[in-house]
Design a protein around this ligand. Structure first.
Ligand code: AMP
Ligand code: MG
Length: 417
């Protein structure tokens, strides 16, 4: 009997001899270099623009504010005609209100009633606040020392007509819609939404709420990934699930009709890993053994010109790979450019020892100004994903983290969730 068991490994991520693991940053650089925007553009009503990607620079058609106006309710006059010290000015008849300008010119040495947002009447460059005035039927009195231009807004002080108000590639926020409207737009040029298919693979996977027999598990990845893509502003397309069956998988990819597909499961090099096998068969497969925990193999391939991200089956690894790899890649394909999540350096509330040679992401959340991590690093622990509000990123080099040490926390929000 010549069959001998191999020596035990205490770390299932240890480098097998002769295998080169791709560092996360190298894998990201390759992705960034190889992908291109794939979406055409269209016009949408401004009101429906939230979350869409601008396909062109948007110029200010009009200045904001369009004319000088008053920032407060009060009395307006020309600063140059003020006396030394306290002032008592005669009032002109009428007033200036928002949308209802004063009809006429305010003579030097006179004041006029003005309401917030009103265009400054001709002859007015300065406003004194109601609360600083005493008034009767004919005059207004206020203390000296009012600065010329006080309580007014200059035309174009926010944005001048002709300036670029919003740049191409921007993912439109609600605030961006406010700005675009203010500078005169009613419709916006945006890219068609990137269509992203989501497919679960595995003989053991049962649709949510279905009948699960012995050895079967409910599909956790598909609802999660569809939700992630929706939140990120893509058009998420549910491609359902397929068994560990190459023909079924092939038929599903052939019929996807999407710009890109995210599969989960079957991405390694095992007997039932049909995603990687099929992509390899198609001849356009890069199997990346990425130095990442949780993560491991990520199968990247082209299926008839359509990129396929073969994510790991473990839900924790599937989510981490989606946030770290798929998100910037999809953003680039959607016309929004490569994106890097904004992280924050914060004190750790935990301790950890880590070997060199791979990047790690821990399920984490902020409490009392410190980053806590989930009690287990097990990559099948879905409850930890739900518990977490972001990830702690631990660099590729060796690290020993003690409570109070600085770590990088990336909130889920920084990934567009
Ligand atoms: P695989 O990558 O196919 O070897 O799967 C790795 C692990 O993830 C296995 O325990 C699978 O049962 C599990 N898994 C695969 N797909 C899903 C899914 N959609 N939902 C929950 N667990 C999954
Ligand atoms: Mg599987």
């Amino acid at each position: 009997m010549s069959l001998k068991p191999p020596p035990l490994k205490d770390d299932c991520f240890a480098l097998p001899p002769g295998v080169d693991w791709t560092p996360v940053d190298e894998a990201l650089a390759m992705l960034r270099g190889r992908l291109r925007p794939v979406v055409s553009s269209e016009e949408v009503p401004l009101m429906q623009g939230a979350g869409r990607v601008l396909a062109r620079d948007v110029m200010a058609l009009r200045s904001n504010p369009p004319q000088p106006n008053t920032a407060v309710d009060g009395y307006g006059f020309a600063a140059s005609a003020l006396p030394e010290g306290d002032a008592v000015l005669p009032l002109v008849q009428g007033r200036a209100a928002a949308g209802v300008p004063f009809d006429g010119v305010v003579p030097e040495g006179y004041a006029v009633r003005v309401l917030t947002g009103a265009a400054l009447p001709e002859g007015v460059d300065t406003v004194v606040l109601d609360e600083d005035c005493a008034v009767n039927a004919t005059h207004v009195a206020f203390r000296g020392g009012v600065k010329p231009g006080a309580n007014t807004r200059r035309a174009g002080e926010d944005v001048a007509a002709g300036e670029v108000a919003l740049a191409k590639g921007r993912v439109l926020t609600p605030a961006d819609l406010a700005l675009a409207s203010a500078v005169g737009h009613g419709a916006l040029p945006v890219y068609r939404r990137l269509r992203v298919g989501v497919l679960s693979t595995g003989d053991e996977i049962v649709a949510p709420g279905g009948e699960a027999g012995a050895g079967q598990i409910f599909d956790a990845n598909r609802p999660m990934l569809l939700g992630v893509l929706e939140r990120m502003g893509f058009e998420a397309v549910d491609l359902g699930q397929v068994a560990d069956d190459r023909a079924a998988l092939r038929a599903c990819l052939d019929g996807a009709g999407t710009d890109v597909v995210l599969t989960s499961g079957g991405a390694s090099a095992g007997d039932e890993d049909h995603v990687s096998a099929l992509l390899r068969e198609a001849g356009a497969m890069a199997e990346w053994r990425i130095a990442l925990k949780p993560g491991r193999p990520l199968a990247l391939g082209m299926w008839d010109g359509m990129p396929v991200f073969g994510l790991p089956g473990n839900p924790v690894a599937a989510l981490v790979c989606t946030l770290i790899f798929a998100r910037p890649a999809l953003s680039l394909m959607a016309g929004a450019g490569w994106v890097e999540p904004q992280g924050f350096d914060v004190p750790a509330a935990f301790s950890k020892r880590k070997k060199p040679g791979r990047r790690e992401y821990l399920r984490a959340r902020m409490r009392d100004g410190r980053a806590e991590v989930f009690k287990s690093e097990g990559s099948g622990r879905i409850s930890g994903l739900s518990w977490a509000e972001g990830l702690v990123e631990i660099g590729d080099g060796a690290q020993e983290i003690a409570p109070g040490d600085t770590v990088r926390f990336i909130p889920y929000g920084s990934f567009g969730l």
